[in-house]
Design a protein around this ligand. Structure first.
Ligand code: ZN
Length: 482
């Protein structure tokens, strides 16, 4: 985690726009003289436009210099900054150190200096010069001292235990609606982790509203008692530790739901012709489906490499001078070691991406068999096809939208998104996934995110159905009870 030093002040305002940032001041601070008109030549703190302009400059700097750095470092600048806060999570210490070096240089190219570095890994911290570390990290004895608690986008992060915590400071406020509202509002919980606790206090507020009490009226004795007992329990929140885990990419490899389903479905697949369709329908989450298929694909590779290994071992042992029993023992021991080695690793990003493409290829072939056969013959799809207007093309066995955007500078996936039909189960799963990714955003937000990679004809109708069934959206959009 790092911070861009005085980010807004690193970005100049074009002279023709500087008139928007005029202000009056005394020349050289001499109050006896007449006020003079000044213009800010840099973006200033407090202007609504500054975060957006400064971010644009940072992204432009990454894009302009992308040839000199790894794609990952460029992607981190494009996607892992929240205004001046850089929040990056990677799988290994080595990767973190190499990213640290790249990010410092790539940002420096645009005049941005990354400071206040923090990491929950001591080896990574040790690789960062003391002057670049956050204040509490500077004088740290790496072998003995505990890592401190820092604030990350307003949330308390205990670096030592890598957990999120809550710091509760209850100020003395009057026993009125205004006082209670102020205390409840001071609990900062953007992720909604402690909503069940806050709910009790909100119910007290609702109760006071129903009694039609004014903002500064003294509240009744019974409600006051209820409120104080809630306040007394609030300090327990400080003992609450929330593990920091990315729900999509870092679920444990032995996730029981996924592993069990993968094994069961692998057995079914050999017995039933439409087992794959049944398996797809078995899942209600795109992330879990993707993982299950990735496990099945790995299981398939395991089986074939196990057979191959066994054959090799058999050949090698047959040429040795061990007796039959010794050969058997040696073979079993070798195979056990081999199996353990293969079973211990987690799924990789490449495996997940491959599994996603396999699911899509399978679903597209089932849904558009005629289109596939035409394209495989090198012909274009027939006029009566539902996807004729999309001028589909086939790339590595995947149907994509054709069109005239091949020369544009858009990302390749957005130029030729993957075609899916709205009545497929995976389209529903995908839309639900997109809906969660955009933070339960509305239809247009979902469509723009979806079109970065996929094209579902009639997506608007499908999205409406997903939105109407989303429990969280229904709860958030519900009218208060009268
Ligand atoms: Zn929703």
């Amino acid at each position: 985690m790092a911070d861009v030093e005085s980010m807004f002040h690193q970005v100049r305002v074009p002279p023709e726009d500087a008139d928007l940032l005029r202000f009056l001041w005394w020349p050289a601070g001499d109050l006896s003289q007449d006020l003079v008109d000044f213009r800010m030549m840099l973006h200033l703190f407090g202007a609504t436009s500054s975060p957006s302009c400064a971010n644009f400059a940072l992204r432009k700097c990454a894009e302009d210099n992308k040839g000199q750095f790894s794609q990952e470092a460029v992607d981190k600048v494009l996607h892992c900054f929240y205004v001046d806060d850089c929040l990056v999570s990677v799988a290994s210490d080595e990767k973190a150190v190499s990213l640290y070096h790249e990010l410092v240089v790539i940002c420096a190219k645009g005049g941005f200096q990354l400071t206040k570095w923090i990491s929950n890994r001591r080896d990574v911290l040790a690789a960062i010069p003391e002057g670049h570390r956050a204040k509490d990290m500077k004088m740290l004895n790496m072998d003995q001292d505990l890592l401190p608690v820092e604030r990350v986008l307003g949330v308390e992060w205990c670096i030592q235990s890598d957990t999120f915590k809550f710091k509760i400071v209850v100020k003395d406020r009057p026993l009125t609606r205004r006082g209670i509202l102020s205390t409840v509002g001071s609990i900062y919980d953007p992720l909604g982790i402690v909503s069940p606790v806050v709910l009790s206090a909100k119910k007290i507020l609702r109760d006071l509203c129903r009694r039609a009490l004014g903002c500064d009226d003294v509240i009744p004795q019974t409600v006051a008692q209820e409120w104080t007992s809630w306040l007394d329990t609030l300090c327990h929140l400080e003992k609450c530790n929330i593990m920091r885990v990315d729900p999509e990419d870092q679920l444990p490899a032995d996730d029981p739901e996924v592993k069990k389903a993968a094994t069961v479905n692998a057995v079914q697949a050999s017995e039933e012709a439409d087992a794959v369709i049944r398996m797809i329908h078995h899942f209600s989450s795109w992330v879990h489906l993707r993982k299950a298929v990735a496990w099945i694909l790995r299981f398939k590779t395991w089986l074939s490499s196990l057979c191959q290994k066994r054959r090799q071992q058999n050949r090698a042992l047959a040429q040795s001078d061990l007796d039959v029993e010794q050969q058997r023992c040696s073979l079993e021991k070798d195979m056990e070691t081999f199996k353990r080695k293969m079973a211990s690793s987690c799924l990789s990003v490449e495996e997940l991406e491959k599994s996603e493409l396999e699911i899509i290829k399978f679903s597209q072939r089932k849904r558009f068999p005629e289109e596939f056969s035409m394209l495989e013959k090198g012909k274009s799809v027939k006029g009566h096809s539902h996807i004729h207007t999309l001028c589909p093309l086939m790339e590595d066995g995947v149907l994509r939208v054709g069109g005239r955007l091949s020369r544009s500078s858009m990302p390749a996936e957005a130029k030729h998104p993957i075609i899916l039909a709205k009545d497929l189960h995976i389209s529903t799963l995908l839309l639900r996934h997109v809906h969660q990714k955009v933070g339960h955003g509305g239809r247009n937000h979902m469509l723009s995110k979806l079109h970065e990679r996929y094209w579902i004809s009639g997506a608007s109708t499908a999205i409406r159905s997903v939105l109407s069934k989303c429990v969280i959206c229904r709860r958030l959009n519900a009218q208060p009870m009268s």
